[in-house]
Each structure stands twice: as structure tokens, then as C-alpha cells.
Design a protein around this ligand. Structure first.
Ligand code: AHR
Length: 488
């Protein structure tokens, strides 16, 4: 029998809601079509943003969204995206399909989107092809309440008040698409850029430096730790590595296992990054910002290879559940994580086709897990069976627990095994539980997914596999399932 001890009355770390953050890049059909359809579109919209997507994202309790990239960020010149849309110059989106970007979705539209959804902006500025002045003026444009060249321009463009802004990244993947830099060079640039980034509204900007591998991160943290609030790292999972990504929907048990094993290895990556920070910042002031993570498969057949459009199955649901449980366990150091990407790109929450929209299995996991947002992490200890395949193994069950301010305990549980159910005996220490209720996400097969014709193949339903007794809580987890329990 698998055993889980939950120390329900212990714990002093808050799970930041930002661990369940998002990422929307000017890539493929994420921004255009996915969010922005324009005010003249027949698709119902609010000031150009499609209403179905806004509603779905509100229901998710989306805590933040990273924008405008990604690789796109280091090619983006923000001044091209303000003013009357017909006057805005276009550009070529060199990283993503070489398509023409008309700049109709710019700073005003992005912050309007954030206000409509009720989510916090996380902006990534251009280091690779921009300038210190360009980035500093963008922050001034967004945050300056009084008169200034940039705030006057903002007012001329129709926005009197500054927008709330906290999270700001100084470039993206500057070791690669963001400028092919060496860590020493980027570290010097980071110090320079960070020096001129000023929040004019009196709030403190949370400045994120671009991290990478351990080797890069050691140089960066050594040279910049006094000047940074967060370090950004990225972690993608593919079936057989970068050159053998696999199909999103056509996979076997080995492909299922490979993705979940690959996903579980984000934990040692976070641990190693945290170890580098510990040496300079034992108190934990500097956060890890895992601002890109998720599954990356071959694109759906017949779609533009530069658009990164992929389907999303129960395998992605389990990857999301497993990853979010791991992130919770690192909540002290992990200040934010952003799944890539919100709509129509990589491990998306939402897929669209014309006026139609589907919520993916990953969407449903994020919705189920939002009970952890800003709750207290509850310490747990799990002793469970191994899930083995082809000489490799991972724990069959993944779990996380948190306590809400009103005392309700939430458990999120994943049974990673493709075929075997898991019985779990839970010892609820420090809680005289009276009631348990829950929901489960499970498909009729491991490849189960939602399509535009069958959008509700995979949706959460009430869970009746949890029983309270004088010995604690007994849970029967079906194979390949994600469960959330509320216990009080
Ligand atoms: O998310 C897609 C791309 O992956 C991002 O633009 C880039 O930062 C990363 O390499």
C-alpha cells in the first residue's frame, strides 16, 4: 500500500500564485487569433480580444502572463506597437515563421488584456537588439504617473493612468536567440540595464536576469546577485530529446513514460539552480523564475512548423499535475513559473479554430490546482511504488498539499502509471477531518484529448474514490489520473 503522511497543521511557506503563471508570445496563433481578433471581427470580442478566451482565462484564475516573448522579445521594439494601429509599422517575426507582424497588439492592448482577465503583467524587455534607453523609456511609459516625455506620449495614446507593473525581465535566452552572448558579457549588460530600470510610480520593480545552464548561472549570479530579484530558467520536455520530440497524440506506453520521467527531471534542475543561489543568497531573497516550461512535440501535421501548434492529451495533464506538485515543493525559492504557452502554442491551455475554442486537459489541471494559489505549503512525506519501464523508474504517485486561510486542506494527487491504479493510505496528522470531496481528471485512454468537434472528452468530474475512516483517508487513484481533494 502506498502511504502519504500529511502534516496538516505545519508549514510556513506560501505557495505563490505566480507558480501557476502563463506565457503568451507573438508566435504562431497565440496572440493573433488566440487573443486578438480585432474590433471588426465577427468573433464576439471586447476591444478586439475574443470573449470566449477572456472568460476561460478568468475562470482559470490566471495569476500572471509573460509577454511579448520568448525569442520574439529580443526583436521587439515597443514604440512600433503604440499609437493608431493603422499608423504602426510592421516587422518580420524572424524567429517564428518569418510572418509579418503588424504590431496591432502592443503595450496598450496587452495591459488592457491583463485588466480584462484580472492578471498581472510580466514584461520581457529587448536586450538582444534593443538599447538601454529603449527599455528604460518603456518602463517610464508604463509606470510614470506625473508629466514626463513618455507618460505624455502614453496620455496622447489614450491612457491617462499608469499601469500596475512589478515583474520585468532583462532579455530572454540571451545565450541563444536573444543575442548569442557569453555569460560574462550578458552579466555586464544586465548590470547596466538593471541600473536604468526605474519604477516611476514608487513601487519596486522585480528584475529578472536571464539564466541558462549551471555554468552560465554561476557566472551570472556571481556578478549580478546584488542587482537581481529573480533568475529566469527554462525547461521543456520532449519524448526523445530535442531531435526526437514525438507526436502529441500518437504515442505508446513508452512515450507516455518518457514524457513523465523527463518532466520529473525539472526537480534536479531547480535544485541545482537553488544551490547556486544559496551560496550567495542563503536567506532566499532571489527567486527562481521558471518562465518557460512544458511539453514540446512535433507540430500537428499540416501546420506551419514555425507556429509550434500541438494537441494536448491526458499525458500533458499528468505532466502539468506532476510539474505543479514539484513546483509547490520548491515554493520557498521558486517565485514564479510560466507554462509555454497560453493559446495555440506548445502545451496550451486553449486551442482555437476560427470562432471555436476548446479547453485542453492541461487547462483543466490548472483550474483544479488553483486551490493552491497563495495557500500555505503543507509538509508531506510519500512512500509509494515505483513505476518502471525499460530499466528506468519514477515514483508512481505525485502529491502536494496546502492549507487555505480558512483551514481547508487541499491535496493534489497524480497517478502517473499508464495502466495500474494506486491505493493510497493518507495519515492526516494535526487535522480531525470531518469531510472530503474531490474532482478527478481521467480519460478513456492515455491519448484522450479534446477536439473542436468533441470539446468535452476530458473534463473534471466528481471523484468518489476517497473515504475517511478513523485510520485516516483511503484514496483509490485510477491509472493515469489527476485528483484534487478538499478536506476539512
Ligand atoms: O516558447 C517557445 C520558445 O522557446 C521561446 O520563444 C524561447 O524563449 C524558447 O526557446
Amino acid at each position: 500500500m502506498n502511504k502519504l503522511v500529511v502534516n496538516a497543521d505545519l508549514g510556513d511557506v506560501t505557495i505563490s500564485r505566480h507558480i501557476q503563471g502563463h506565457f503568451a508570445e507573438h508566435l504562431g496563433r497565440c496572440i493573433y487569433e488566440g487573443i486578438w481578433v480585432g474590433v471588426d471581427s465577427p468573433i464576439p470580442n471586447t476591444r478586439g480580444m475574443r470573449d470566449d478566451v477572456l472568460d476561460a482565462l478568468r475562470a482559470l484564475k490566471m495569476p500572471n502572463v509573460r509577454w511579448p516573448g520568448g525569442c520574439f522579445a529580443d526583436t521587439y521594439h515597443w514604440m512600433d506597437g503604440i499609437g493608431r494601429s493603422i499608423d504602426r509599422p510592421s516587422m518580420v517575426n524572424v524567429h517564428w515563421g518569418g510572418v509579418t507582424e503588424n504590431n496591432h497588439f502592443g503595450t496598450h492592448e496587452f495591459f488592457d488584456f491583463c485588466e480584462l482577465v484580472g492578471t498581472e503583467p510580466y514584461v520581457c524587455g529587448n536586450v538582444g537588439s534593443g538599447s538601454v534607453r529603449e527599455m528604460a523609456e518603456w518602463v517610464e511609459y508604463i509606470t510614470m504617473p506625473g508629466a514626463s516625455p513618455m507618460s505624455d506620449l502614453r496620455r496622447d495614446n489614450g491612457r491617462a493612468e499608469p499601469w500596475p507593473l512589478k515583474y520585468w525581465a532583462v532579455g530572454n535566452e540571451n545565450w541563444g536567440c536573444g543575442g548569442n552572448m557569453r555569460p560574462e558579457y550578458y552579466a555586464d549588460l544586465y548590470r547596466q540595464y538593471a541600473c536604468f530600470l526605474r519604477h516611476f510610480g514608487g513601487d519596486k520593480l522585480y528584475k529578472v536576469a536571464c539564466g541558462h545552464t549551471d555554468e552560465w548561472n554561476r557566472v551570472l549570479v556571481d556578478r549580478c546577485h546584488q542587482h537581481m530579484d529573480g533568475i529566469s530558467i527554462h525547461y521543456y520536455t520532449s519524448e526523445g530529446g530535442w531531435n526526437k520530440k514525438g507526436s502529441a497524440t500518437e504515442f505508446d506506453e513508452a512515450g507516455w513514460f518518457a514524457m513523465l520521467r523527463g518532466g520529473s527531471l525539472v526537480e534536479p534542475f531547480i535544485r541545482k539552480t537553488a544551490g547556486i543561489l544559496d551560496a550567495y543568497d542563503p536567506a532566499g531573497r532571489i527567486g527562481i523564475i521558471l518562465d518557460e516550461w512544458g511539453s514540446w512535440y512535433n507540430v500537428e501535421p499540416g501546420t506551419n512548423p514555425g507556429f509550434l501548434y500541438q494537441q494536448n492529451t491526458m499525458r500533458d495533464a499528468l505532466l502539468a499535475g506532476l510539474s505543479l506538485n514539484i513546483f509547490n515543493a520548491w515554493a520557498k525559492r521558486l517565485h514564479m513559473a510560466n507554462i509555454a504557452q497560453t493559446i495555440n502554442v506548445l502545451q496550451a491551455m486553449i486551442l482555437t479554430e476560427g470562432g471555436r475554442m476548446v479547453r485542453t486537459p492541461t487547462y483543466h489541471v490548472f483550474e483544479m490546482y488553483n486551490v493552491h494559489q497563495d495557500a500555505t505549503l503543507v509538509p508531506i512525506s510519500l512512500d509509494c511504488a515505483k513505476y518502471e519501464m525499460n530499466g528506468q523508474s519514477i515514483a508512481q504517485v505525485s502529491a502536494s498539499a496546502s492549507r487555505r486561510a480558512d483551514g481547508v486542506l487541499h491535496l493534489t494527487l497524480c497517478n502517473l502509471h499508464h495502466a495500474d491504479s494506486a491505493d493510497l493510505a493518507i495519515d492526516l496528522r494535526g487535522l480531525a477531518a470531518q469531510s472530503v470531496s474531490g474532482r478527478i481528471l481521467v480519460g478513456d485512454r492515455i491519448q484522450a484529448h479534446n477536439t473542436f468537434d468533441q470539446p468535452d472528452q476530458v473534463v473534471p468530474v466528481a471523484f468518489d474514490g476517497a473515504r475517511l475512516s478513523s485510520d485516516g483517508l483511503l484514496v483509490q487513484l485510477p491509472a493515469a489520473s489527476v485528483v484534487v481533494l478538499a478536506i476539512s
